[in-house]
Design a binder for this molecule. Structure first.
Ligand code: EPU
Length: 422
């Protein structure tokens, strides 16, 4: 376990570059199995989730090495279609590997991912899609066994635009015979990045970013050098660190258009937002204004992955705000932790009613999940005194050296690796 100590009270100012996107890098790493040539990837963030994905790829027989800031993945040596139980349990998105392992080996055997801190997270849509492509799937003893020597293109209507199911089906369909059409596909920018990567490797995919993604099966892809897109959720989190401390923060190397739903909310709170082609700056008022109503939705709606961090900001806003979580059924565990820091909120089913207080105070709190933990870090920066975040390793699943980034903006987060009693 790691924990973080945060000294609150500094106004954050300055400019920081953003890391590569976790949620784009993970399916792209899974896709390397489809290509039996070395792949060079740049801008893959060094975080717990990508490190776990690389461990899984190694356990499948891939060769992985870092050369400077590039990661080289060579799947020519891959020889195993059984996903390791413990590692896959730690990384829910290992489920993406089902599509690519199946496509590569004609079979796949994976542990059932189960629920997690933010919800039940079933995988019925992933399995529906793979079955439509002619995979034979059995679920027994907590494992999913797939056989699909001859995957066939098909039309799959997802019903709900699941990000992971869209990506999994794209991966399975790349080398399947014929055409696959995914209807009600998710439109997230990470899906567009996956399409861009697959096309760079010679696969034939189009429509990503719209609700209809079409994949024409191609027998083989080829090696490529590819740069993963910037992380829009991390971009948003650092902009919010400026907003919550009344500061002036610029995030560079970003794609401002992918954080538009947050920028709109920041303007409503009274921040001055300046967009450049690849950077975005916010200048915050001393205290943000409350905003009437926000609800999370699939892209281009307000992202669920920024809901906890916006929750932290609204906890210090002037007035009462309402925030509804539509994507995951239990993504409000940070609400109780924020209360330990003096925040005032009430949860009614999937809706939070948040009455801002002028100043939070330091406390000992627990990061129950990645984004909820990031929200506590933001709150700690605004709070008077010191905040201790237990289980901060959950934040490190998605944020590359947040302590250094915050230090560059004038804030103080100290990481402690040793275990402590709770
Ligand atoms: N769902 C189903 N059946 C399925 C798949 C999903 O009912 O087969 C439900 C889920 O239970 C959930 C909703 O659909 O209620 C959305 O799930 P989705 O499949 O879209 O999410 P995901 O692929 O599991 C990715 C991100 C999440 C992000 C969501 C939504 C990755 C690795 N993860 O998860 O990121 O919150 O999309 O945008 O891409 C994070 O980074 O903190 C994170 C949780």
């Amino acid at each position: 376990m790691s924990h973080w100590l945060i000294s609150g009270g500094s106004v954050l100012n300055g400019s920081v570059p953003v890391q590569g996107s976790k949620n784009a890098a993970l399916p792209i790493l899974a896709a390397t199995l489809l290509i039996e040539e070395p792949i060079e990837l740049k801008n893959v963030p060094v975080i717990r989730d990508t490190e776990n994905m690389l461990r899984i790829l190694r356990s499948l027989g891939c060769t992985v090495k870092r050369e400077g800031d590039a990661l080289i993945v060579d799947s020519r040596t891959a020889n195993n279609c059984v996903l390791p139980t413990a590692l896959s349990g730690e990384l829910r998105s290992s489920i993406f590997l089902l599509g690519s392992v199946l496509s590569r080996f004609g079979a796949a055997d994976a542990p059932y991912p189960g629920g997690c801190e933010i919800g039940n997270r079933p995988i019925d849509l992933h399995l529906k899609g793979l079955r439509a492509l002619n995979a034979k799937i059995t679920e027994e003893g907590g494992r999913i066994r797939c056989a699909g020597g001859s995957l066939q293109g098909a039309t799959v209507d997802l019903g709900y635009p699941s990000v992971g199911a869209t990506e999994n089906i794209m991966l399975a369909a790349c080398r399947a015979a014929g055409t696959t059409t995914i209807r009600n596909a998710a439109c997230e920018p990470e899906i567009v990045d996956l399409e861009r990567f697959l096309c760079a490797c010679g696969f034939c995919v189009h429509g990503a970013g719209t609700p209809a993604v079409v994949i024409e099966g191609v027998l083989k892809g080829h090696g490529v050098s590819y740069r993963v897109m910037p992380d829009r959720i991390v971009t948003g989190t650092y902009l919010l660190s400026g907003a919550i401390t009344g500061g002036d923060v610029t995030v560079t190397g970003a794609q401002p258009e992918t954080v538009e739903p947050l920028l709109f909310k920041l303007s409503e709170c009274g921040c001055l937002v300046t967009r450049q082609t690849d950077s975005v700056r916010i200048r915050a008022p001393k205290r943000p204004r409350a905003i009437g109503f926000t609800e999370t939705r699939p892209y281009p709606g307000f992202p669920t992955d920024l809901q906890p961090q916006l929750f932290a900001l609204l906890s210090v806003a002037d007035g009462t705000s309402v925030l509804t979580e539509n994507v995951f059924e239990s993504r409000f565990r940070h609400a109780q932790e924020l209360k330990k820091m003096g925040a005032e909120n009430r949860i009614l089913d999937r809706t939070a009613i948040i009455t801002g207080v002028e100043r939070l105070h330091g406390a000992c709190v627990t990061a129950h999940d990645l984004r909820g933990g990031a929200a506590l870090a933001l709150a700690g920066l605004q709070a008077e005194g010191e905040t201790r975040i237990l289980h901060a390793e959950r934040i490190e699943r998605g944020y590359e050296r947040m302590d250094s980034v915050i230090a560059a903006l004038g804030g103080l987060i100290t990481r402690k690796e040793e275990s402590i009693g709770e």
